[in-house]
Design a binder for this molecule. Structure first.
Ligand code: PLP
Length: 432
């Protein structure tokens, strides 16, 4: 939202985030120390800009909060740009992938096969064969057909697998729930014993772990901790059933970031306050004591690091309403248009990167070039007077941006992607 907080006329959510995540100097937004407008002038709009320092900071903060408890795997689906993946690998993260395409990106960026976990409800034969031939760390089983498919491909060595569990409802939450209700992801917790028995009886599979992913965009640290506590209980149950220790317990991702007015960042100190209890619970059971606990966030690590920048093509009025037509839109940033799973369409944090703090000229709809009313990036943006050639920037755009968008719709060119690192601006994607 760009609207000031009701009643106090203070900075908008976008202005606050701009100052907290990046920096603002004399009304100019700087990303990685470089004026966003200069980057846009050099590379053209529309454009995604990612700040490597913000990614590293988020990784370090989370690693600190979960120290001694969990290992971080970056969920590539959030942003599969190879340069982004490489940043997290260099920080020591493993990765979580959902396709052979993502596997190849991870490998090309330098991930060792053993540091890669493969989840996803529909893994094809060719995908399984390719990752198995390489010695992937673990495949997360999500259906009986998949179990049989892997068995048919397995050679002499047992394939390391985890059972993905769709947990029972009590502790589930998040803006987009993926567990705790009927879902195609993993096996229902209610059916777990039969699944464990099936996998444990297979000579081609080595049951090494369990995996849970309950939902995305969770901003409540206590809810996450409750989910993780439940995850440990499920792991204990599986280990007891097979009568031997587990190697991995993947507690999922889902850590949220603030987008809309009134949303507060996930409280990492509060999350960290749950760590001693979680560690004690793990230590209490010899069958999970030595297991490597994994979290696999995407959005939390990369979302705040990205800005989507579009140029104004026209500033017009229609029957009294203000419209800013830009060269960017839902074909590059479906999530910001509210068409990627948002029930109530609310504006992403958006500002004019060269006029931060300037007075609003009244609420504007910021729209893209597509011939559909769905192509609306903001509905009530409080932006200053902007003209053709001016810029708008959508913050919190590093996750589920470009590759979660219908890029080919209407045949506009793909946006460029730029990585800012230590003052260096590098083109890392898009038409060149
Ligand atoms: C299995 C799995 N792991 C991790 C993630 C990453 O979620 P998030 O970006 O919310 O952390 C997802 C997202 O859908 C997922 O399906």
């Amino acid at each position: 939202m760009t609207a000031p907080e009701a009643g106090n006329g203070g900075p908008s959510q976008a202005e606050r985030l701009a100052a907290e995540i990046f920096s603002v100097e004399a009304g100019h937004l700087l990303v990685g120390g470089v004026r966003l407008a200069d980057i846009a002038a050099r590379h053209g709009t529309p454009l995604y800009v990612y700040d490597a320092a913000v990614m590293r900071r988020n990784h370090a903060r989370l690693a600190r909060a979960l120290a001694g408890l969990a290992d971080i795997h970056y969920s590539i689906k959030a942003n599969p740009n190879p340069a982004v993946v490489a940043v997290f690998l260099a920080e020591g993260a493993g990765v979580e992938i959902a396709s052979l395409g993502e596997y190849r990106i991870a490998r090309a960026a330098g991930a060792a096969p053993g540091r890669i976990l493969f989840a996803g409800p529909g893994k094809r034969r060719a995908e399984l064969a390719a990752v198995m031939a390489d010695g992937i760390g673990e495949i997360h089983l999500e259906s009986f057909e998949e179990i049989a498919r892997i068995e048919a491909l397995a050679g002499g060595t047992a394939v390391p697998v985890a059972i993905r569990v769709n947990p029972v409802a009590e502790v589930q939450g998040g803006a987009m729930r993926m567990g705790g209700r009927p879902a195609p992801f993993g096996f229902d917790e209610e059916d777990l014993d039969a699944v464990v028995d099936r996998v444990a009886a297979s000579s081609c599979l080595k049951l090494t772990g369990v995996h849970m992913f309950a939902g995305t965009q969770i901003l409540d640290a206590d809810m996450l901790a409750a989910q993780w506590t439940h995850g440990l209980a499920v792991a204990r149950r599986v280990a007891a059933r097979i009568g031997r220790p587990l190697d991995t317990i993947d507690l999922g991702g889902g850590l949220g970031i603030p987008y809309f007015a009134g949303e507060k960042p996930l409280d990492l100190d509060r999350l960290a306050s749950h760590v001693p209890t979680l560690k004690a619970e793990q230590a209490a059971d010899p069958l999970i004591r030595a297991a490597r606990i994994v979290v696999e966030p995407g959005r939390f690590l990369v979302g705040p690091a990205g800005v989507y920048v579009a140029g104004v093509l026209a500033a017009k009025r229609s029957r009294g309403a203000r419209f800013l037509v830009t060269d960017g839109g839902m074909h590059h940033h479906l999530a910001a248009s509210g068409n990627l799973g948002q029930v109530i369409k609310r504006d992403y944090p958006l500002l004019a990167p060269d006029r931060v703090g300037a007075a609003s000229a009244g609420p504007a709809s910021v729209v893209g070039p597509l011939c559909t009313p769905l192509d609306t990036i903001a509905r009530k943006a409080e932006l200053p007077d902007l003209d053709e050639g001016d810029l708008v920037a959508v913050l919190q755009s590093g996750a589920y941006g470009l590759t979660a968008s219908p890029v080919h719709f209407l045949g506009h060119p793909a946006p460029k992607e730029v990585l800012v690192d230590n003052g260096t601006v590098r083109l890392v994607g898009g038409d060149t």
